[in-house]
Ligand binder design. Sequence first.
Ligand code: 3HC
Length: 455
Amino acid sequence: MTENTRTIEQVGVIGLGTMGAGIVEVFAKAGLAVVAVDGTTELAERGRGFLEKSTGKQVQRGRMTEADQAELLGRVTFTAELRDLAAADLVVEAVPERLDIKREIFGTLDGIVSDQAILASNTSSLSLTEIAAGTKHPHRVVGMHFFNPAPVLKLVEVITTILTDDDVVTSVRDLATQMGKKPVVVGDRAGFVANALLITYLARAIRTYETGHVTREDLDAAGRVGIGLPMGPLTLCDLIGLDVAKEVCGVLYNATHDPSAAPPALLEQMVAAGRLGRKTGQGFYDYGEQADDGSPAGDVVTADSVEALATALSGDGVTVELHQGGDNGRLAEVVRTAAADQATIDRARASLLAAEVTPVVGRDRAGRVRDALLLPHLNDAVKMLDSGYASAEDIDTAMTAGCGYPRGPLQIIDDLGADRVLEGLRAMAAETGEPALHPSPLLVEHAAAGRPFRG
Ligand code: 3HC
């Protein structure tokens, strides 16, 4: 540990839902003694069940021995009593996103933990400053924002407020590093780095889906295969929880009034209907049923090369546009105009699948499906950089370590070429008239200068 840090040996975690249980696992794996608290004995036991299941899977996969699992579980005490946190050096709360609940918990902790203890929140949407301001010692309140699944994803956003002591920030940052995580220290702004970019991208994807121009499977394929992300946007929404996504959209929209971040109507309806994603068994996908593989039958056309195949399949109001291949395969956009008939589209889809190319059927719009997802997201990253909130390196780290991106957005721009990204955005802005698609002036500068963002 560097100087000016506090000793952290015993930690507490409050709230043992998906995130809280994952955070307990992270601390216990790092060898820390953990007191894991939830509101009732039953909820605390449910938390123990999550930890047993998660570590049990790792034993099954040969990633952990049974003895290691027993030792890890032995480091965690499950309880329904906040007063069991009296000896904690650091407490992380991961309770539902309600300011009143968080403030009450932090207020109660003031009377339980020592004055030296650090109080951290895993909030993804509330203002840390508001949470801190409600406590007796706001200088010891900090954000420690983990990403789902917390045991897998390395990012920890360490959120400072204008009230936070420097040594509190240093201690939390160093602890995250010691646990093998990648901390990114930033100020208290709506959505911090990763959610501000990710949730806006997801909201746009949901709005694209709302148009009916593209199926959920094709939209997800555009993200997974076309961009190379670990999951498509709608699958990711189901993982995060649609209620959480909607909550973060609301916070982002209130802070920025950027229409791109506003909760899409479909998202609001799904939340109102109780379809919250994986945790309720239904979201954009139904987790109880066999997934549709999106491959309707059709006559298969073959050709010696994929390029020749794309040419052969184009015609009758349909064009097939190939993307470069990536780690998750190769994508072809099947662009459907009003003159296209379904049989031509079905044939194109079946032929591309037979050639091991992933088809995405969309309308004849600027950016098609892949760039309509990707380019505004890249533009948002440049706007964030231009605002001075985070460095290019921190933005890229947030998205690689927090969301499993193979490359961060600024690196993607460098690889694609800022001029190409700029041209794509301009075409989309001209077609839709959407102000949010106007390229960031910083992107314009980099394109003109031919200067990379990283490098
Ligand atoms: N707990 C512990 N380990 C887990 C896990 C969990 N819940 N889920 C997966 N793992 C482990 C697996 O055991 C496996 O480990 P191994 O390689 O040692 O065997 C490894 O992670 C990979 O898992 P899988 O092979 O089952 O699956 P994938 O390779 O498809 O990866 C994924 C799954 C890690 C979820 C990956 O798809 C991913 O990174 N997706 C992006 C998730 C993302 O963007 N999260 C951020 C959401 S935003 C957020 O959380 C902030 C909030 O404020 C909204």
